[in-house]
Design a protein around this ligand. Structure first.
Ligand SMILES: O=C(O)c1cc(C(=O)O)c2c(n1)C(=O)C(=O)c1cc(C(=O)O)[nH]c1-2
Length: 245
């Protein structure tokens, strides 16, 4: 019988997770066009409307993680993620900030909230993330949120470049990205500690790397669906075609 491989050191394991940045959606052709200022207003609207479904799913996903977590010291921190998106007391959350982004790109709140523009592929991908979080152990589900390791760079690039590339976007739309810069950094610090502590065997470490890939695939698949509809203009979900429902 072959020996089980020894666990990677904490540093090696963290590096394996960080190496996954190569597969982050920042490298997707849709994102590349968006960052190069090549999208029309309609195409930006398509992205914002589809991403809104992700925004609304994130706190539901985090509530599922908390529901499976029997460690109050973890829940005490994790609950902040829900508050960040839903808001609390007089503090507006990320969902409200994303609605303001929607308005800043020319969509109405009603259009966003109805999810009428959400493409089937985007919906399936996001639902897969939420359903995974419902069924997985809280430690594995927590680890899958680590794509956020790579998110501050993408938020910062939007803040730096979009005002020049898309001058028609109202300044009020940028609150979401500004807000996420710090929140994402704090979240990954906590998420990374959980994952590094929990994965004390090579098997668990490999599973965490695979689950991070699963999450990357979700983000990538969302953009594949948007590419088909908004770049290839492939019916029936492209914007130029009247869809009879
Ligand atoms: O704009 C982006 O590229 C991006 C990516 C991700 C991500 O990597 O999952 C998140 C966010 N934004 C984000 O704003 C956010 O709140 C968020 C939460 C999570 C998560 O998995 O819990 N990912 C992300």
């Amino acid at each position: 019988m072959s020996e089980k491989p020894a666990p990677w050191s904490r540093e090696e394991f963290e590096q394996k997770l960080r190496d996954k940045e190569a597969m982050y959606h920042i490298n997707h052709p849709f994102h590349k066009l968006m960052h190069a200022g090549k999208l029309s207003q309609k195409q930006v609207q398509g992205w914002v409307a589809n991403r809104f479904y992700y925004q609304t799913a994130i706190p539901i996903k985090d509530a599922a993680i908390m529901a499976n977590c029997d460690d109050a010291s973890v829940r005490k921190h994790w609950v902040q993620r829900i508050l960040d998106h839903d808001g609390y007391e007089n503090e507006e959350g990320g969902i409200e900030a994303w609605l303001q982004l929607g308005e800043a790109v020319g969509l109405t709140r009603a259009e966003l909230e109805s999810h009428e523009h959400v493409l089937p592929g985007v919906r399936f991908a996001i639902d897969a993330y939420v359903n995974f979080a419902r069924r997985a152990s809280w430690q594995e589900a927590a680890g899958s949120s680590l794509t956020e390791l790579f998110a501050p760079k993408i938020h910062k690039a939007r803040l730096d470049n979009w005002p020049d590339l898309y001058p028609w976007i109202d300044e009020s739309g940028y609150r979401y990205f500004r807000k996420r810069l710090n929140e994402a950094r704090r979240d990954v610090e906590h998420g990374l500690q959980i994952t590094l502590d929990y994965c004390d065997t090579r098997e668990k470490q490999q599973r965490a790397v695979d689950l991070l890939q699963f999450k990357l695939d979700i983000l990538w698949t969302m953009l594949d669906a948007m590419w088909m509809a908004y770049i290839e203009n492939r019916p029936p979900y492209c914007m130029d075609v009247e869809v009879t429902k």
